[in-house]
Design a protein around this ligand. Structure first.
Ligand code: ADP
Ligand code: MG
Length: 263
């Protein structure tokens, strides 16, 4: 495989993330909606951490804070020890819905990431390699409406990866995909992560997905979210979903979330 990640522009491919006693509230006019409550998480450079928690507890909010799109009401977020104050291409957010520009081809969508940073001319040569990495090289000239859900999400991931992110923030990226496509994409995400070496923070509501991918799983309570459990997944990849230890961990996590699969 060709060198996809330009080491001259990206000497280090990952950064550490420190979430220090972060609380966050939204101003609803007549009241404050308390969303995050004193959350502290330390993510090492290159680590893969999954965030699990009930719907509406504040997971996406935490990713937006880490992306620098919003400032926390209290506490601080640090990247490699420096305060995160605004968005930066080092930290990229990938959403559940592939947010592609419908009027641009796949190539054009990936190019838009480079264009936004003013480096399209120097780095356009990398788009072909990135599209190979996500297996979309044959669809470079296709428009978003011509893609399946999985392909659209791969194109969105390609657009994120072309920026050489050091921290990839993934907000339920496979939530809208059918279960087979989801399994394939999980494997692929793991390959990108190994190949590129970015730090990954993945929000998911899928306990199995968290256990198959992450080095560590952080579980949040209902809103306002605080951390109720942190589980290290000390298993090499590839992991098997029928691994006895993972099944045990899954039960522990489901119990923590107050969900049981017993019927
Ligand atoms: P999750 O991703 O865990 O489902 P979110 O972080 O999206 O949760 O939202 C947490 C809570 O904050 C929800 O009740 C949501 O309605 C509310 N919320 C999210 N964004 C805003 C906003 N910009 N303004 C006001 N309330 C918001
Ligand atoms: Mg969310």
């Amino acid at each position: 495989m060709a060198v996809v990640f330009d080491q001259t522009t990206a000497p280090r491919q990952s950064l550490s993330l420190q979430v220090n006693r972060v609380s966050h509230s939204y101003d609803l006019g007549n009241q404050q909606l308390h969303v995050l409550d004193n959350v502290t998480i330390s993510v090492e450079a290159g680590e893969f951490v999954a965030l699990l928690g009930p719907s509406g507890c504040g997971k996406s909010t935490l990713l937006r804070l880490a992306a620098g799109l919003e400032a926390p009401s209290a506490g601080e977020l640090l990247e490699d020890g420096r305060a995160i104050l605004k968005p930066h291409p080092d930290r990229i957010l990938v959403f559940q819905e592939a947010t592609l520009f419908p009027w641009l081809t796949v190539h054009g969508n990936v190019a838009s990431g480079l264009d936004a940073r003013g480096v399209l001319r120097e780095q356009e040569y990398r788009i072909g390699d990135i599209l190979k990495l996500v297996r979309l090289e044959a669809f470079a000239d296709a428009y978003p409406h011509q893609l399946s859900g999985g392909m659209a999400q791969r194109a969105a991931i390609a657009r994120a990866l072309v920026n050489d992110p050091k921290l990839l923030l993934l907000d339920e990226p496979f939530g809208k995909l059918d279960s087979l496509t989801r399994l394939k994409m999980q494997k692929e995400l793991l390959q990108f992560w190994k190949q590129v070496g970015f730090t990954a923070l993945l929000v998911t509501h899928d306990v199995e997905e968290a256990l198959l991918l992450a080095d560590r799983v952080v579980v949040f309570s209902d809103r306002p979210a605080c951390i109720v459990a942190e589980v290290a997944v000390d298993k090499p990849h590839p992991r098997r979903r029928d691994d006895a230890d993972l099944i045990q961990l899954r039960q522990t996590l489901l119990d923590t979330l107050g969900v049981s699969y017993d019927v």
